[in-house]
Design a protein around this ligand. Structure first.
Ligand SMILES: [Mn+2]
Length: 334
């Protein structure tokens, strides 16, 4: 059983050091599951660090447990560890090259809920039915009999809340709710989390949201919606494109919209090919968002997925719209 493989991988690491990493530009589940796992492992005597967890959006900083974080360590950092944990990463290319190096050097384990994930290392646990990597970490702790410290519980709560869309997406299962309950039992504070995650938008982000809304275009009788942000938009707002992932969610929430394409120019973080155009895809039942992103080497979940296309933005937009139309709206409605 894959979960047991993870337990067996971790048990001999007491007194040793483990580095936990996730995909570049971490979101709530990525950061929350890494911090949560590290907090749990520290409590059982594994020297677990969250490595290269950056950039972290403002809304997630309250979860940070400073003693767990190692951001931009020296290049030979993998030599300082005995093992690597990769969480919530989806596809290998989403792992930052500075972290990919460690996967070549260290025995590795994977915890992921992306169906598109192949996993890294000898102990691989992938459960596409799980709402979030955070939920899986809670289940891991329960099966192994490990206590979840309060800070870890808060991080895991945030992971589950963000990946279930505040318990509103189809992945809001009994297992997700039970894991969330366990987090609250261990000291997670839902009100504080909500205030930080959802009720403290910076002005820069507000400016970006306004632009996204101004630029919404409805196609195919309003069943397909698109909008976009350029690199200049991010620069003017003083915000890293890493926070952009959720900015397009408004598109899908419009009445009648079945699929939404939100495109934005990557600002070119370290180690990342500059100027790619990220496409964030959101769908409603029955459209499978990964059907589109898989065409372009991306991945994700049934209703929320992403991929990257070549610039310029306008050409990328035409390409994504053509693919969405072909996949989901081949004929205009009679
Ligand atoms: Mn996730």
């Amino acid at each position: 059983m894959a979960l047991q493989d993870i337990v067996d991988f971790i048990m001999p690491l007491r007194g040793k050091r483990l580095a936990a990493v996730t995909h570049s530009r971490p979101d709530g589940d990525a950061a929350g599951s890494v911090w949560g796992l590290c907090g749990i492992l520290r409590a059982i005597g594994v020297g677990a660090d969250a490595v290269n967890l950056a950039p972290i959006p403002e809304s997630l900083r309250f979860l940070r447990i400073p003693e767990l974080d190692r951001i931009h360590p020296e290049p030979d950092w993998p030599d300082q560890y005995d093992a690597l944990a990769v969480l919530d990463c989806g596809e290998w290319p989403r792992l930052d090259p500075v972290n990919q190096v460690a996967a070549d050097k260290l025995p590795a384990m994977t915890i992921d809920h992306h169906a598109t994930s192949a996993g890294v290392g000898g102990a691989i646990w992938i459960d596409p039915a799980a709402s979030s990597a955070g939920e899986m970490v809670v289940r891991l702790a329960r099966v192994a009999g490990w206590t979840i410290p309060r800070g870890a519980a808060q991080a895991l709560w945030a992971a589950i809340v963000t990946d279930t869309g505040r318990f509103s997406y189809e992945n809001t299962s009994v297992a997700a709710l039970e894991a969330a309950k366990e987090c609250v039992r261990r000291g997670a504070d839902p009100a504080t989390a909500a205030a930080q995650l959802y009720q403290s938008i910076g002005r820069g982000e507000l400016v970006l949201r306004r632009r996204v809304m101004e630029r919404i275009e409805f196609l195919r009788d309003g069943r397909l919606a698109t909008s976009w942000l350029s690199r200049d938009d991010f620069r003017e707002a003083g915000i890293d494109a890493g926070v952009a992932q959720g900015l397009g969610d408004i598109l899908r929430s419009v009445e009648g919209v079945e699929a939404a394409l939100f495109l934005y120019e990557m600002t070119g973080a370290a180690g990342e090919a500059p100027a790619r155009v990220k496409v964030s895809v959101r769908t409603r039942t029955p459209h499978d968002a990964t059907a589109l992103t898989a065409r372009f080497g991306g991945g994700g979940h049934l209703r929320a997925a992403g991929c990257a296309l070549d610039p310029p933005l306008d050409a990328a937009r035409k390409k994504a719209v053509a693919a969405a139309t072909e996949l989901w709206f081949p004929e205009p409605r009679p």
